[in-house]
Structures are given as structure tokens and as C-alpha cells.
Design a protein around this ligand. Structure first.
Ligand code: SF4
Ligand code: SF4
Ligand code: FES
Length: 234
């Protein structure tokens, strides 16, 4: 059913039940996202896609549009809240972009640029989570994990469909874990899928960390805004 909603005072005609984040992208309104993958079940873990819907803050990747909905994306207070969430993610991990294999193709880094973040307003925690090197072709830089759960939910063993990645521990001792036996059975294309799906440089493929030349990586040739809107309009 065709309905009308308003995003930043722009009237938009759309279909009832579509996800707000997709409707926004389809109409040229950029909303940052880190855990959402279009066409896959919603995770709602990062909250970086937060907007105001009818006066209430909500994660736009979890909200189906409804007739008469009034959405605020670019309102300064809401934009600053998204920026604060991105800053929090930086302060909860160890992110040294110039030496990171994912630099230039990292969604968190790109989101930092897009939200205008310069430095985190929160104290840096400098976690010390051991790296995982035991698998044949994958290694984990655990201090860069933002706990989005993409790998946990979307990367499964191709045999019995078991989870390969999981989050162990709680609070400050939480860390990403990998079933080494299952990881060693992943075909090369699934390894690359996991590396690409991880929005940061936590899941990495051994031996190819700098395979794509710096200067030609996806966010070095276009912004996350263009990348996101372009992808979602297809
Ligand atoms: S994971 Fe992203 S934000 Fe973190 S150091 Fe690497 S490029 Fe920077
Ligand atoms: S390893 Fe990557 S994909 Fe998995 S939870 Fe951490 S950030 Fe998300
Ligand atoms: S992208 Fe919406 S909660 Fe993460």
C-alpha cells in the first residue's frame, strides 16, 4: 500500500512496511549504519542509524515505515547523538587507522569521517584482547571488534549450518571468538565474505592484508554517503 511520510520536512511517497533506512537511502537521505545489511535479518546492535521518529529516537534499520510518520535525520541534536555513538565505538577499541589493513575500506572509519568526528568525547579504554591466530586462513584483531554480530549471524558453516563466530564473555571482558575447526573448513570465497562483512578490521585474511593498493580502496575513491546511497538505490 502506498503511504506518505516526511523526512527532514521532505514529503516522500513509499510502500508501507519498507525499512525506514532503505526508504531514506532511496530518496537520497544518508543515514549511517554499521550492523545493518540490506536483505538480511536486522541486528539492531550498533544504533548508529538512530533518527527521531514521531519525536522518539529509534534505530532506523529496525523501523518499518507507516503512513504519516515524521522523521528527523539531519536535526543537530540527532546528528550529534549519532556522532557520539561512533565516538563511543572508537573509544571502546584500539583503532590506529594508518597501520590498519582495513583503512580506506572500513565502515567505522568512513562513518567517523561522515559524522565529522575528530576525537572521541569519551575516555579511551585501550582494551587488551588477545589476537587469534590459530586458524589457517583467518586471524582476528579483537581490539577492533565493535560487536555488531554480522559475522555471528551471517557466516555459517556450510555443512550443518553451525555458527563459526560467537561473542564470549560479558561487559569489558567480552570478545569475539572463532571455532577454529569450522573456520579451517571455510572455502576461500567464504573467508573473503567474512572479511568483507566485518565492518572493521577485525576479521582478516592471512597473507593478503594489504592486497588492495592504498589510494584505490572503496572509500578512498568515493565517500560512504555515495557508496551507501548508490548501493541502496540499486
Ligand atoms: S578497524 Fe577501521 S577504524 Fe579501526 S583502525 Fe582499522 S581502519 Fe581504523
Ligand atoms: S568481528 Fe567484525 S563482524 Fe564480527 S562482531 Fe566483530 S566487528 Fe562485527
Ligand atoms: S545499523 Fe541500525 S542498529 Fe546498526
Amino acid at each position: 500500500m502506498s503511504i506518505r511520510i516526511t523526512i527532514d520536512r521532505q514529503e516522500i511517497e513509499t510502500e508501507e512496511g519498507a525499512m525506514l533506512i532503505d526508504v531514506a537511502a532511496g530518496n537520497g537521505v544518508y543515514i549511517p549504519s554499521l550492523c545493518y545489511v540490506r536483505g538480511r535479518p536486522r541486528l539492531g546492535t550498533c544504533r548508529t542509524c538512530s533518527v527521531r521518529v514521531n519525536g522518539k529516537v529509534m534505530a532506523s534499520c529496525t523501523v518499518p515505515v507507516a503512513d504519516g510518520m515524521v522523521v528527523e535525520v539531519d536535526e543537530p541534536e540527532v546528528a550529534d547523538m549519532r556522532k557520539a555513538l561512533v565516538e563511543l565505538l572508537f573509544s571502546e577499541g584500539n583503532h590506529n587507522c594508518p597501520s590498519c589493513e582495513k583503512s580506506g575500506r572500513c565502515d567505522l572509519q568512513a562513518t567517523g569521517y561522515e559524522t565529522g568526528m575528530m576525537v572521541s568525547r569519551f575516555p579511551y579504554r585501550f582494551p587488551r584482547r588477545e589476537r587469534e591466530h590459530a586458524a589457517k586462513s583467518i586471524w582476528l584483531e579483537r581490539d577492533r571488534c565493535i560487536f555488531c554480530q554480522r559475522c555471528v549471524e551471517f557466516i555459517r558453516d556450510r555443512g550443518a549450518g553451525r555458527k563459526i563466530f560467537s561473542i564470549g564473555g560479558r561487559g569489558t571482558s567480552a570478545r569475539i571468538e572463532m571455532d577454529i575447526e569450522l573456520a579451517d573448513r571455510m572455502p576461500p570465497e567464504q573467508v573473503r565474505e567474512a572479511v568483507t562483512l566485518c565492518p572493521v578490521g577485525c576479521i582478516l585474511e592471512k597473507g593478503v592484508g594489504y592486497d588492495e593498493p592504498i589510494g584505490r580502496r572503496k572509500y578512498e575513491i568515493r565517500s560512504i554517503r555515495e557508496h551507501t546511497l548508490g548501493r541502496k538505490q540499486k
